[in-house]
Design a protein around this ligand. Structure first.
Ligand SMILES: Cc1ncc(COP(=O)(O)O)c(C=O)c1O
Length: 423
């Protein structure tokens, strides 16, 4: 079997060398302006190593996985299952069988909610039980729990937010109670940038026997993610924000839970035997992977994990910490700019949302775009946060491993231009 493309080592941290791996960062837009890509919380760009792994898979190994007797099926299976090994090592999972491939974080979170909805005791969520989330969740970690609550009669509760963009845990003992079956929260907010205090929440949840689900979609790309250290029961994330392709997500779950909990989607690949009357199921993770899985996408995610690992997650986190500190300082100098979320670099990630006087964020985004600066505007699929702070939307700049101080400067200058443009 041919080897998929290898890695260019980028240590010590050399942002210019890293940028060379990402063809899109060379793009010009709007009559020759070099793109300044600050929309990484929505999706990251892809390094050549991932693009090459995808095309090598399709050019040399493409076949359906599992049960194949021909060489291509065996190669495709080895690559797909090899990607599972890589992801398991990346998140320090005790077992590769705890890594379920999904199509994205949304599907991972819906999968957990549905496992619990169909589960027997002691996991079953029903009308006598409670589900706890937070007010800073992405809609993908709100709506599945609302659906579960509506369908089972369970009560949905949540932690509110402080004025400075942090979780308000002051009533934690009243919010997480003996009735709580599951607590689901984001490790890093996709709109506020806040890092949440995992330990305090996990400790309280464990003391009442509730399961803990962590949405790590905005953490896995940026920091060392160790599912054992987190002490959660499930961790969800999405490949396209961490240099991987779209169409691939991960749900990690504790092995004994995956053994006990029922499947959600039925179909090929997830069964042991089928008769016209009933079926038995394959062991996890296959029990939760009905149908032809996202094979090429998993291979691409495996290459992304190799790429990030070669650079080093601690190095990436350090680089982003430096950039965040710089960006928070530079943005604070822009008149009328109000950061929505923590205003210092402490316990926050490199995603910064803000308003600019009374200029509508859509106008801010459009005028920045004309200068080649790509930011995101709107409620960022976290509308309750906008409601909480009494704003219709924000402008959001989000940085990643290839972002530079020069790009922060471009953003600050671009915002000055926006202010002048609107008088
Ligand atoms: C915190 C968080 N959770 C979940 C998601 C959903 O990810 P996906 O759209 O890939 O399912 C996102 C995407 O923006 C996110 O930021």
């Amino acid at each position: 079997m041919t080897q998929l493309p290898g890695l260019l080592s980028a240590a010590p941290y050399d942002v210019e060398a890293i940028r060379k791996d990402f063809p899109l960062l060379d793009r010009q837009v709007h009559d020759g302006k070099k793109v300044v890509y600050l929309d990484n919380a929505a999706t990251s760009q892809k390094p050549r190593q991932v693009l090459d792994a995808l095309s090598a898979y399709y050019e040399r190994h493409n076949a359906n996985v599992h049960r194949g007797v021909h060489v291509l099926a065996e190669e495709a299976t080895a690559l797909y299952e090899g990607a599972r090994d890589k992801v398991a090592a990346f998140i320090n999972a005790p077992s590769r069988d705890e890594v379920i491939f999904t199509k994205n974080a949304s599907e991972s979170l819906n999968l957990v909610a549905n496992m619990l909805g169909w589960a027997d005791e002691p996991y079953r969520v029903d009308g006598d039980t409670e589900i706890v989330i937070t007010e800073m969740e992405h809609h993908s970690n709100i709506v599945p729990w609302q659906l579960l609550a509506q369908r089972t009669g369970a009560k949905l509760k949540w932690f509110g937010l402080t004025d400075d963009g942090r979780l308000d845990l002051s009533a934690i003992d009243q919010i997480i109670t003996e009735k709580t079956k599951v607590v689901s929260f984001t490790l890093v907010s996709n709109i506020l940038g806040t890092f949440n205090p995992v330990e305090a929440i996990v400790r309280r949840a464990q003391s009442v026997g509730a399961l803990v689900v962590v949405d790590a979609s905005q953490a896995a790309p940026h920091m060392l993610l160790d599912v054992q250290a987190l002490q959660a029961d499930f961790v969800a994330f999405t490949g396209h924000k961490m240099c991987g392709p779209t169409g691939i997500g991960v749900l990690w779950g504790r092995q004994e839970l995956l053994e006990d909990l029922p499947p959600f989607l039925g179909g090929g690949e997830m069964i042991e035997t089928v008769s016209m009357h009933s079926s038995t199921y394959a062991p996890a993770p296959h029990k939760f992977e009905a149908g032809t899985p996202p094979i090429a996408q998993a291979v691409g995610l495996g290459a992304a994990v190799d790429y990030l690992t070669a650079i080093g997650m601690e190095n990436i986190a350090d680089h982003e910490r430096m950039l965040t500190e710089y960006a928070v300082g530079e943005l604070a100098r822009v008149p009328d700019l109000r950061i929505i979320g923590p205003t210092t670099a402490e316990d926050r990630g490199a995603t910064i949302s803000f308003t600019l006087g009374d200029i509508h964020p859509h106008d801010v985004g459009q005028v920045l775009d004309e200068q080649g600066i790509a930011v995101r505007v709107g409620h960022h699929c976290a509308r309750p946060v906008c409601l909480r702070y009494g704003i219709p939307a924000t402008t959001r700049a989000s940085f990643y491993l290839y972002s530079t101080r020069a790009e922060v400067d471009a953003l600050a200058e671009g915002l000055e231009y926006v202010r002048n443009f609107f008088g």
